[in-house]
Design a protein around this ligand. Structure first.
Ligand code: HEM
Length: 201
């Protein structure tokens, strides 16, 4: 299709999943930091304020999951490599870079667990703390899929990463965005912790 191999499509889907998951994480961080009270949010145009961030956060997670599942599917369809269905779910014997592939598989599992535990029926059965702790797994998941994307050789020839490559640049940019947002989120947590201590004294 348009001169693209299944391997190219697989790489494209992996990159889309990375960008979408990064966006999804930013939305999650907005939700957990009371974004509506922020001066930045109050300054944005009225039309954008109408967006339901909660819904958008859920929807982007579902779309990202579809990309995450299609990414290894196209890898299996590609006849130029020896990846099997088993290698997707249990990559320790994958034909190349098995430990780096494992980071991708673990991210896929973590994403599935977070989505399942957020379904109303399950969420009602577990405590808020348990749900929140499972959700917090996502910070680790982000690091796993970013390093997976950065270190995988798109040609499956076990070549070292070309850090200046445009595709790798996307993962680098996402890493920078996630680290900056993570620092802001941690500062918010510390600020709240100090404020809570003061009200208890
Ligand atoms: C959250 C889940 C995942 C994300 C975000 C993700 C993302 C990525 C990215 C960004 C690349 C690099 C593409 C490039 O540089 O052109 C990549 C490559 C690769 N990924 Fe994943 N991946 C995920 C899960 C998986 C899983 C479950 C497998 C299981 C087989 C896998 C196997 C591979 C392989 C073999 C490559 C190199 C070939 C290619 O580019 O398609 N990934 N992935």
């Amino acid at each position: 299709m348009f001169g693209l191999s299944y391997l190219d499509i697989s790489a494209g889907l992996g990159l889309c999943a990375t960008a979408l998951l990064t966006f999804n994480f930013l939305l999650g961080m907005m939700l957990s930091t009371g974004y509506k009270r922020s001066t930045y949010w109050q300054k944005i145009p009225g039309g954008l304020k109408k967006i339901n961030i909660d819904d958008l956060h859920n929807q982007t997670a579902y779309v990202a999951l579809v990309f995450v599942m299609l990414h290894p599917l196209f890898l299996i369809l590609d006849h130029g490599n020896k990846f099997s269905v088993v290698d997707v779910f249990f990559p320790l014997h994958a034909p190349t870079q098995n430990y780096i592939v494992l980071l991708g598989s673990l991210s896929m599992y973590a994403l599935i667990i977070v989505i399942i535990t957020t379904q109303k029926v399950i969420k009602q059965k577990i405590s808020f703390r348990t749900w929140k702790n499972i959700h917090l797994l996502s910070y680790g998941t982000a690091l796993l899929f970013i390093f997976h994307g950065l270190l995988m050789d798109p040609l499956l020839k076990n070549r070292p990463t070309d850090w200046l490559d445009a595709e790798k640049f996307l993962s680098e940019a996402c890493l920078l965005v996630l680290l900056s947002a993570g620092i802001i989120r941690y500062k918010y947590y510390l600020k709240n912790k100090i404020a809570n201590k003061r009200t208890l004294q």
